[in-house]
Each structure stands twice: as structure tokens, then as C-alpha cells.
Design a protein around this ligand. Structure first.
Ligand SMILES: [Zn+2]
Length: 421
């Protein structure tokens, strides 16, 4: 059983007091206590850890709402976490955001770098501040750019070229905007050597744009979630979907390849104990040659879908759409290109559907519903902040079903070349 873990028992068991403490905290949460009832109070072996039930979906938010943890020293930061509809669910982190542990094993930045922090700041988002903490540890120059509007890319790119920026970081979707704008405008960032990314799968198209704009730049990736913080990292020598877990992050591969994560970091405020992000993966050997078990991320397996690095609770979105008068069924269709969500469609089967061309549009105010869903769904409003037109709600005559099984799932992921199918 323990070979499904990223670390061997002798490496983990000395640090299981952290997991035991998380277990103790979770037992005090009224909504979660029953699932841990009857299990041993202690936690000293990897086999005991493997026998614990995983935390899923909103479990951590339920726990955190009860526990309200505080950092031992310094500030306690509140960040968006988990659930994707309604008000933001909250995760916590201390100043520093656990990046000292990341920096100890992974140093993409050094003192000579000029680092452009292009992760959006604000909206209780963690990545900008996490990257700032990494830059602090590296002692480099920092340009805290955040997000910019479409019209601003040209001017900023000129400024970054003047500043001889050597590194840039963002989600692949945001990086894509930067490099595609630069490429389209014929602008170069010749001094750029490092592209740091976190938040969603790497995009092959991005590599092509980077090659045109900054031929010497290479990618450096982090994998994590707002609940676990950074779990693993990779280098230009690793495949883009393969990460080396940090020693303070224990990765477990469960049924269906579902990954769960357990923190071994005593400073972690979120009680991350067998927490499933919805990502599937496998443990593997990385071709870069670094020893130890690496984690290959294969995508998602449950109704929490990663959309541009954010967890979208598809079931919640479908349920909300199906509350709308006139809607008999709803389906979420996510269009992907190169691992990136290019668009999200909510398809509505309506009572008023009456043949070609009508599709019940008159019965359901799709424009209003779209506005409501977008504003009420944090994942969508944030993921599509720069291109809200790529979130659509429309009435259709039939939902997308699987021709082979005849089933119509609550959500469908399809490649961009089938967009009009
Ligand atoms: Zn590697």
C-alpha cells in the first residue's frame, strides 16, 4: 500500500506528528468528526495514514470555517480557496506562504534576475504573493506588474524590454496573452531566460510563442492548489506534466489515479490530510535524472474541473442553471486547446425547445442567467477576467452526449477543433 506514496515510510514517519495534529483538528469539526470515529487516535505509520478517508471538495473549507487558524507569528492571510460558487471560500497562509521550503529545493531565480510578477494581485489570490516571497528569497529585482488590460500589453512589453527583464511568471493563460501579443506585434524580450508558471497545465502553443519572442527562455513550473500551496516543482529538463514533490508534501495515488496530498509542514495552517484536489496522476521516474519519485499529473477525474488553474465545481454550476424556470437540464462544456480551457459553455435544454432555430431562447433569458452565473461563480469571473466573452450560456436542442455509451454527462471536455460540433 505504501508504494502508492511519493515518499518511503522511513522518510515520512518521523514527520507524521504533523498529520496526527491535522487529524486531531479535523476530529473537532462537528461535520467531519463522524468519518474519523472509531479510528485510532494516533498516526505513526504510513499504513495508518493510507487507511484514513480522503478529504474532498469543500471538506477543508468546512474545517477551516470551524477552526479559523492563525499563524504563529506575523500575519494570517486569507485567500480564495476551493468552492467555486457564491462568496469566496477561505484558505489561510502565514506571511512567507511556505516558500522557504520551496526555495530550499528549487531556485529558478537568482540575485541577478529582474523578475516580472505577472500573476494578478488582489481578489484574495495567492499566486502573486507566493511568487513575491520566492523573489524575496532569491534577492532579485522585482517588477510587480499584476494583470493588465488588452490595450496595455504593447507599452508594458516595451518597458519590460527596456528593463532587460530576465524572468516572468504567471499562469500559462496569462503568459499566453503576454507572449502572443509580443509575437503578433513583433516585439522581443531578448534578455528573458526564465518563464515561471503555476496554476494550470503547460500549453504547447506557449512554447512556440516564447521561442519567437525570447529564444533563450525556458520554463520552470510549480504544481499546487490554494489548499495545499506548492506541492512540487519542475525544471526545463523535466516534462511539463511531471513535478518533483517537496519533501514536506506527501503525495498519494488512490483509486482511479486520484491524487491526494498530506502536509508534513508543521507551519501549514490548512489541515491538509489526504486532501483530494480532483487531479489524477501517477508516480513515476523523471527523465531529468533527479532521484526519488516524481508525480505526473494526468488531469482531473471528478466534478471539480480545473479551469485555468481554478477549481470549478461543475455540479454546483449545473444545479444553479437547472433552478432557472424553463430549464429542464443543463450541461457544462469545457473547450480545451493544448491543456488550456479556451472557453466554458453552459448548455440549456429548455421546456420551450420547439424545433430548429428557436431552441427555447425566448423562454429562458440566457443573457441574464449568464451574467448571474458569471458574477456568482468566483472561478469563472476570475478565470475569464480578461476574456469574459469565452463564458457563454445558450439554449440548445440537445446536449452533448457520448456516442459510444449514449450517456449525457454533467460536463464534457472537448478539444477546440470540435468547438462547433
Ligand atoms: Zn525532473
Amino acid at each position: 500500500m505504501t508504494d502508492a506514496f511519493s515518499l518511503p515510510p522511513e522518510a515520512v514517519e518521523p514527520h507524521l506528528a504533523v498529520a496526527a495534529r491535522a487529524l486531531g483538528l479535523l476530529r473537532t469539526v462537528p461535520a467531519l468528526a463522524p468519518r474519523y470515529a472509531g479510528r485510532p487516535a494516533g498516526l505513526t505509520t504510513l499504513d495508518e495514514l493510507a487507511a484514513l478517508p480522503p478529504l474532498v471538495k469543500d471538506d477543508l473549507n468546512v474545517a477551516l470555517a470551524h477552526l479559523e487558524p492563525r499563524a504563529g507569528t506575523g500575519a494570517t492571510w486569507l485567500f480564495q480557496s476551493g468552492g467555486s460558487t457564491g462568496a469566496p471560500k477561505i484558505g489561510y497562509a502565514p506571511t512567507g506562504f511556505y516558500m522557504a521550503g520551496v526555495h530550499a529545493h528549487w531556485q529558478p531565480l537568482d540575485r541577478d534576475d529582474t523578475f516580472v510578477n505577472a500573476w494578478g494581485a488582489g481578489r484574495m489570490w495567492g499566486a502573486h504573493f507566493l511568487a513575491a516571497a520566492l523573489a524575496d528569497l532569491a534577492g532579485c529585482r522585482v517588477i510587480a506588474l499584476g494583470s493588465v488590460t488588452r490595450e496595455e500589453y504593447g507599452d508594458w512589453l516595451g518597458f519590460l524590454a527596456d528593463q532587460r527583464a530576465t524572468a516572468i511568471g504567471g499562469t500559462p493563460s496569462v503568459l499566453r496573452l503576454w507572449f502572443s501579443h509580443a509575437r503578433a506585434a513583433g516585439l522581443k524580450l531578448p534578455a528573458l531566460r526564465k518563464v515561471i508558471w503555476l496554476g494550470e497545465a503547460w500549453q504547447p502553443q506557449l512554447a512556440e510563442d516564447i521561442a519567437a519572442v525570447s529564444p533563450q527562455a525556458r520554463r520552470w513550473g510549480m504544481f499546487g492548489s490554494t489548499e495545499t500551496w506548492v506541492v512540487g516543482t519542475n525544471t526545463p529538463d523535466c516534462p511539463a506534466d511531471t513535478f518533483h514533490p517537496l519533501p514536506e508534501q506527501l503525495v498519494h495515488v488512490g483509486p482511479d489515479g486520484l491524487l491526494d496530498f498530506t502536509t508534513l509542514n508543521p507551519e501549514m495552517l490548512n489541515p491538509v490530510l489526504r486532501y483530494r484536489t480532483g487531479d489524477a496522476g501517477e508516480l513515476t521516474t523523471c527523465p531529468c535524472g533527479r532521484p526519488g519519485r516524481a508525480m505526473r499529473v494526468l488531469g482531473r477525474r471528478d466534478s471539480v474541473v480545473q479551469v485555468r488553474g481554478l477549481g470549478l465545481h461543475v455540479d454546483e454550476l449545473v444545479a444553479r442553471a437547472e433552478q432557472e424556470p424553463g430549464v429542464s437540464r443543463a450541461q457544462v462544456v469545457i473547450t480545451e486547446h493544448g491543456g488550456r480551457a479556451t472557453g466554458v459553455d453552459v448548455l440549456l435544454l429548455t421546456h420551450g425547445s420547439a424545433g430548429p432555430g428557436t431552441a427555447g431562447d425566448a423562454a429562458v433569458d440566457t443573457a441574464r442567467l449568464r451574467t448571474e452565473l458569471l458574477s456568482a461563480t468566483f472561478t469563472l469571473s476570475t478565470a475569464f477576467q480578461h476574456d469574459p466573452e469565452n463564458f457563454r450560456v445558450r439554449a440548445v436542442e440537445e446536449l452533448v452526449s457520448n456516442d459510444r455509451t449514449g450517456k449525457t454527462a454533467g460536463f464534457v471536455v472537448r478539444p477546440a477543433d470540435q468547438e462547433d460540433a
